[in-house]
Design a protein around this ligand. Sequence first.
Ligand code: PLP
Length: 389
Amino acid sequence: MNMKFSKRMDGLASAIFSQLENKKNEMAASGRTVINFSIGTPDMPPAPHVIKTMQEETGKPENYRYAVKDIPELTDTVIEWYDNRFGVKLERDEVLSMAGSQDGLAHIGLTLADPGEMVMVPDPGYPIFSVGPSIACARLFRIPLLKQNNFIMDLDAIDPSTAHNAKLIVVSYPNNPVTAVAPPEFYEKLVWFAKKYDIAVVHDNAYCELAFDGVRLGSFLSFPGARDVGVEFNSLSKSYNMPGCRIAFALGNRKIIGQLSNLKSHLDYGTFLPVQRAAIAALTGPQDCVAQTVETYQRRRDLLIDGFKEIGWDMDKPPATMFVWAKIPPAYTSSVEFTFDLLEKTGVIVVPGSSFGEMGEGFVRMALVQPEDKIRKAVELVKESGVLR
Ligand SMILES: Cc1ncc(COP(=O)(O)O)c(C=O)c1O
């Protein structure tokens, strides 16, 4: 049968990742050491009380029915969390759990944009920011994140005639992959911009807890008017090392939450009840596990950056996230070429910046998901390989 797939599938192929995976497997099979900094999945476990809750709750037969909705205790917990942590007071219809922020980012475009309508996304950007709207057949307008602007979106540089056509803007700080944090003025401008041009905002706050050097970051929803224009997604995946549990929340504008909830009622039947209970345990239990996670990433960050600096690869220290965004050495002009050369010569795997968008060219992303001995080893391998010369 000559099976013809939809055009939207063409945009979803990621040749680079399968090539990297193949190369990695080939090298591992031939006995080479491979140190993988490419995948942004935490290598640390959730806190023991979260695992215990999951164990207890999965042992209860009644927890295997369709959850359909969030249990009231979960909604109350999230309301309390946002109030205590960010000073944001939410109502019950302003909170919705999802199967990770990925779920929300994949589907929100369907609720706000008709085919051909415009969605603004950052470039470089975490892939689902543009893949989600593309699934909805929306038109993308890519806002460059430039180093000379500290990777903050320059909303003033957007032509008003373009802005008038946009339905949705996807924003995320602390940012994956560029690691930047946005100042309060940016969020004030964002609310103004959204109101002026009638654009809904999604702020992805996946890394709000992973801020280094004692800094405490906030929520988009704490800015006046934010809730009139948009929603924030906040995930337990990185803050509580629960990526496999698949739980995050959409918070804020009740009209958007209502439509997302409506759409999701056709796609899934709610979040698995033991996962809802585990989320309550994470948010209400001792919070020192979050501080420990941050400390671990910060130590790895310093080790990796100081190590590479010492051997001649200079890079900025990220203020937040679990990533390092590094310029490729001057001898290279392509991040893909550097990535494959690095892998071949050292066994170290990074992600080419261009896979996050055109503006990511010239950079690579490293996830701080390897223990300290592996980081030291990676620095040694890079030094010995001569790849920086
Ligand atoms: C910026 C950003 N948003 C969302 C996600 C997805 O998170 P979740 O596990 O909540 O789907 C990730 C995962 O790496 C991410 O980096």
